[in-house]
Design a protein around this ligand. Sequence first.
Ligand SMILES: Cc1cc2nc3c(=O)[nH]c(=O)nc-3n(C[C@H](O)[C@H](O)[C@H](O)COP(=O)(O)OP(=O)(O)OC[C@H]3O[C@@H](n4cnc5c(N)ncnc54)[C@H](O)[C@@H]3O)c2cc1C
Length: 438
Amino acid sequence: MTDLEKKTVEGIISAEQADPMVKEWQATLKKEWDEYLASGKTTLFDSATLHKLQTYNGGDKAGKPVLIDTFADNTLPAINWLESLGMEFKGEVFTVLGALWNRSHKPVKPLGTGYIETYMNYISENSSDIEIMVDTKADSFIVEDGVVKGVNAEKNGGKVTLRANKGVILAAGGFGANSEMREQYNTVWPSLKDVKTTNHTGATGDGIIMAQEINASLVGMEYIQLLPMGDPKTGSLSGNIEQGVQNRIFVNKEGKRFVDEGARRDVMTKALMEQTDANMWVIVDQHSYPTGDTKNNFNETIDDLVAAGRAFKGDTLEDLAKQIGVDPASLVNSVETFNKAVDGTISDEFGRTLFADKIDTAPYYAGARVPTVHHTMGGVEINEHAQVVDANGQIIKGLYAAGEVTGGIHGTNRLGGNALADIAVFGKLAGQNAALAK
Ligand SMILES: Cc1cc2nc3c(=O)[nH]c(=O)nc-3n(C[C@H](O)[C@H](O)[C@H](O)COP(=O)(O)OP(=O)(O)OC[C@H]3O[C@@H](n4cnc5c(N)ncnc54)[C@H](O)[C@@H]3O)c2cc1C
């Protein structure tokens, strides 16, 4: 726990807040913080209350406190639950981009496969009556006497009618891959029509449109998340050489840092958009890749990325700068100044507070990145029981929703790591509440 991290917690405790529930969180955090200080501990402080306040503040106070309360109280239980089903997480936490705190849990198996295997194993071992229908497109809800009773869908060109005994759970994801919907709702960014996305092609917003057709309330649709981390050719996160927030910097084409690299995702992306060609280089050193076969979050080794021309490797910073067409003196100066902020000789010029090691050990690596659409914070309004709410504030009977299809939790900006937490917490809640429905 560094002095800068201590200041962050104290700033959150003393910040002006208007919402009564948020003020309560602050009072709880103060108690937790005093206990931590009295304990003499030096390890990183964290709590569900700090997570609530960071989620709320990090979304510009536009998220609903009652949803954030349910969310953050249930994230650790959700991890424990997933582990009880066989999901494996690595022993150490890290800070995923835009998480603002060191609390991100990395699965042992890459690319989401750990989650899918866990659920599939559970289903095959415990629930022979669960049928999974892939390539089946839901089109509309079946509503009878004001209660959602099922969905109309299409498979191989034929109609499929699916009826539900207890309730329907909408979990059809966001609309990051639907550029028309992005254009329809975006009021925050310049046009996103031609911006690429990190997302899969199924992030079409279908579920939001279906829910809207039965008068569901939509919230926060204008809040679309971009990352400064897209592959310049595809927009994908693949090829990203960062290994967490603490050990890397971003430099522009002039070799200069331009933002606090531990900041919110929207802050970093806006800053990137103002740089030459909206293009930047992620710079790391041996601390991130102790060996050439060390993998990034996309299961790619750094050696393979270098061999494919997707990353560059230099024995010195000057050498690296020449390879990427950046002024060597400028890159060296940026790294040296950053290193002084790491050891506390100077305050960071961009107010960065999250540090680990200096960038001072060869080999050095660089990878190019551009802005890319990542996530949509807005969607179908739910209450804290994951029930869908209509435009008049009434519950739509029989309909639950969870995950990126919903809105109202993350406000204007979702913190890194909060989406996977969201889908586990509200997915489980939606399932439980639908199962218990009369
Ligand atoms: C590359 C990448 C990396 C990420 N990394 C992280 C991370 O490290 N931490 C984190 O917290 N979050 C991360 N996120 C965000 C997070 O993964 C998503 O927000 C989350 O997976 C959304 O889950 P979901 O179940 O709500 O929706 P999805 O996972 O999008 O699933 C929705 C499903 O519904 C299907 N569907 C859509 N329309 C229909 C229809 N009409 N009929 C039938 N099916 C339909 C889609 O095809 C899809 O299979 C990442 C996202 C991306 C793209």
